[in-house]
Ligand binder design. Structure first.
Ligand code: NDP
Length: 329
């Protein structure tokens, strides 16, 4: 038997979380069993922890947790043996199938990534889906020609998980990072991660009738979407790219095509969930190389399984700073 945070529906169909002892035969199918050490809280975890499961959870009882890192306990796959350290993000684990808010998990080997050299399981969960996606966004911007020295790179939702990791990686790579936040009290935190300037959210979250404004940003990692993304597109430098990662500010995109047609701006979609294995490996290796571990440490809020229902509600309100690391043991 082991501990898990289990969501169960009441008679009204609303799900509530409680800590339970469950047995290994309740775990989903898979050829690798992992002793989970750490998990985390992403925006999507907030949705899965909410009473209606955010439209993502299909069946109850359910164990949420879209990310986990731990040690292989048993494996029927040649690529993994007991004692190997592994990371899991995405593949709709924690949404459609049981996830990482438990002391054990079972999964197909194809979905795992070996923990890269230089990272602990705790650090891997300080990164989690949010940080992994931030790295994918930076890689996509680089693949489209972004280099240090071209001008400031904007990061929206900067004090959140994706934004914090993107800020630290970009600053470490030599970019001049402009961090957009709605929390002015987080300016010192963002400067500590390497941001060179702070842009108040109010400056960017209103639409304008002008489809083009001054050419300002050499790149953008956007965790917010909505009006802010529409506005930012009209402020990109000629030929620059925006990596669209999130929708913390809304899913609509009230923009015109003018920045694409007159300035050759690129809008790059970033998906972390179904990323092919080779690119996952490349991103995790880049994280181990390009994300300074002291900056990662400054983002960490430690938590336990008991703290998760409250943290899920907080992240949906935009009130979590940086990255939560959940010690499941
Ligand atoms: P967080 O809640 O940690 O960060 C989101 C940040 O966005 C907040 O901290 C806040 O930053 C800002 N924000 C919140 N509400 C608003 C608003 N109404 N208007 C403007 N800014 C707002 O979440 P994550 O970093 O985990 O995720 C960020 C987004 O990225 C989410 O939408 C998530 O679903 C998406 N995502 C997508 C992935 C993919 O594969 N494409 C993977 C991971 C995440 P501040 O206080 O600094 O303003």
């Amino acid at each position: 038997m082991f501990k898990a945070l289990v969501m169960e529906q009441d008679e009204a169909g609303l799900a509530q979380a409680s800590l339970k002892e469950i047995s290994e035969d309740q775990l989903p199918d898979g050829n690798v069993t992992v002793a989970v050490e750490y998990s985390t809280v992403n925006y999507k975890d907030g949705l899965c922890l909410s009473p209606k499961g955010g439209g993502l959870v299909r069946h109850y009882p359910h164990v949420p947790g879209i990310d986990y890192a731990g040690t292989v306990e048993a494996s029927d796959d040649d690529r993994y043996k007991p004692g190997d350290k592994v990371v899991l993000t995405g593949w709709r684990v924690g949404e459609v199938t049981w996830g990482g808010y438990a002391q054990k998990a079972r999964i197909d080997a194809d979905k795992l990534v070996p923990l890269p050299d230089g990272l602990t399981t705790r650090q891997a969960m300080a990164v989690g889906t949010a940080g992994f996606t931030a790295m994918l966004a930076v890689m996509a911007l680089e693949d489209h020609g972004m280099k240090p020295g071209q001008g400031p790179v904007l990061v929206t939702g900067a004090a959140g998980g994706v934004g914090s990791v993107a800020t630290a990686i970009l600053a470490n790579l030599g970019y001049d990072v402009a961090a957009v936040t709605g929390r002015p009290d987080q300016a010192a935190y963002l400067k500590g991660l390497g941001a060179s300037s702070i842009v108040p959210r109010e400056e960017l979250n209103e639409t304008t009738k002008r489809p083009l404004e001054a050419e300002t940003w050499a790149g953008c990692v956007d965790a917010v979407g909505g009006d802010m993304l529409a506005r930012v597109l009209g402020q990109m430098k000629y030929g620059a790219s925006v990596a669209a990662v999130g929708l913390a500010g809304g899913a609509a995109l009230p923009a015109t095509v003018i920045p694409f047609l007159l300035r050759g701006v690129n809008l790059l979609g970033i998906d972390s969930v179904m990323q092919p294995y080779d690119n996952r490996l490349r991103a995790w290796q880049r994280i181990a190389r390009d994300l300074p571990m002291d900056k990662l440490e400054a983002m960490i809020n430690p938590a336990t399984l008991e703290d998760l229902p409250a943290l899920g509600a907080d992240i949906l309100k935009g009130q979590v700073k940086g990255r939560v690391v959940v010690d499941v043991n």
